[in-house]
Design a protein around this ligand. Structure first.
Ligand SMILES: [Zn+2]
Length: 315
């Protein structure tokens, strides 16, 4: 798999003591960090997935591969202090120790700071893997002490494989593959959400049929009812927008969901490039408003009216 190729240039005899894996996909990060642990621990020169060390890593029960945070969302200051003391203890069963630090971009600056000294001079045979979804939230001092590795996204084939045994139609599988943008955790989220396809249908309906202000109210009340799926709605509505924009600009290769191209062409006839760009900008603002806990229903009303307005104004 491609994500392992991102690590395979590292030499077993000369592995970096601190690496930072960067990807927006937590599933991707989890697989790659386990693979790095195997590179350290495996009995064979090339990861074989069959030795006892590899098997234990696969089952998350290797005594010398420590995964943090233990039970919280991110590593607290207290936990980081314990960790930095733990690194000096000898390994239990292997010759080395690997610390996998999940969700590192959500670790507070205070907590990240506690790790600095250890990263600077790690004990021999101790390796750190920092799993990062958002590089901008990591202290520059930490960044500069790690070898950064950007993980490639999963290919459509990988995602199709993941969906293979799921009970979806071909069209439904295509939609998940296209809109998960190469992130398996997103494909998983979509496939486990019983409202995913309804929300997607609703997005297409909205793009195609919101033409007059009398329709704002019924669409708005549908949106109020989405509740927990409102973020999903925004994500999908924006994904469709990107595809429509690329269709409009004749950059068909960039259209993610090729099966929907006829629908995109219909929508693209109704919106000018300028209108689409303005709507895209407004969508970013909505995400910010929601983070500031603005009233969701007011945000919805204003947004639908805005879509109508820019569509009419920039024909
Ligand atoms: Zn092995």
């Amino acid at each position: 798999m491609e994500i392992f190729n991102a690590l395979n240039h590292l030499k077993k005899e000369n592995l970096p003591h601190s690496i930072m894996l960067i990807s927006e996909d937590e599933h991707n990060l989890s697989e790659a960090s386990s693979y790095f642990a195997k590179m350290v621990m495996c009995d064979s020169p090339i990861v074989d997935n069959t030795c006892l060390n590899c098997k234990k890593i696969d089952h998350f029960n290797h005594a010398d591969v420590m995964i943090y945070p233990k039970d919280k969302q991110s590593i607290s200051v207290e936990e980081m202090i314990i960790l930095t003391q733990d690194v000096y203890l000898s390994p239990y069963e292997a010759n080395s120790k690997v610390y996998i630090l999940n969700n590192f971009s959500n670790t507070s600056a205070l907590s990240q700071n506690k790790l600095l000294k250890t990263l600077e001079e790690p004990p021999k045979n101790v390796y750190f893997v920092l799993n990062v979804t958002n590089e901008s939230k990591v202290l520059p001092t930490i960044l500069s002490r790690c070898q950064k590795i950007y993980l490639p996204k999963y290919s459509s084939k990988d995602i199709e494989n993941f969906l293979k045994d799921k009970d979806f139609s071909t069209q439904q599988k295509n939609d998940i593959v296209a809109f998960c943008y190469g992130a398996i955790n997103r494909a998983k989220e979509f496939s486990e959400n019983p409202n995913f396809f309804d929300t997607l249908d609703f997005c297409f309906d909205l793009w195609k049929n919101l033409r007059v202000s009398t329709k704002v109210l019924p669409y708005a009340s549908n949106l109020y009812n989405l509740k927990n799926n409102f973020k999903l709605f925004l994500f999908l509505y924006n994904a469709i927008l990107e595809d429509v924009l690329n269709t409009k600009l004749n950059m068909i290769d960039l259209v993610k969901n090729q099966q929907r191209i006829d629908e995109y062409k219909i929508i693209a006839r109704d919106f000018s490039e300028k209108a689409l760009l303005l709507i895209a900008k407004e969508l970013t603002k909505i995400n910010e408003k929601l983070e500031r806990n603005c009233n969701q229903n007011i945000v919805v009303d204003n947004f639908l009216l805005y879509v109508l307005e820019v569509r009419a104004k920039w024909q």
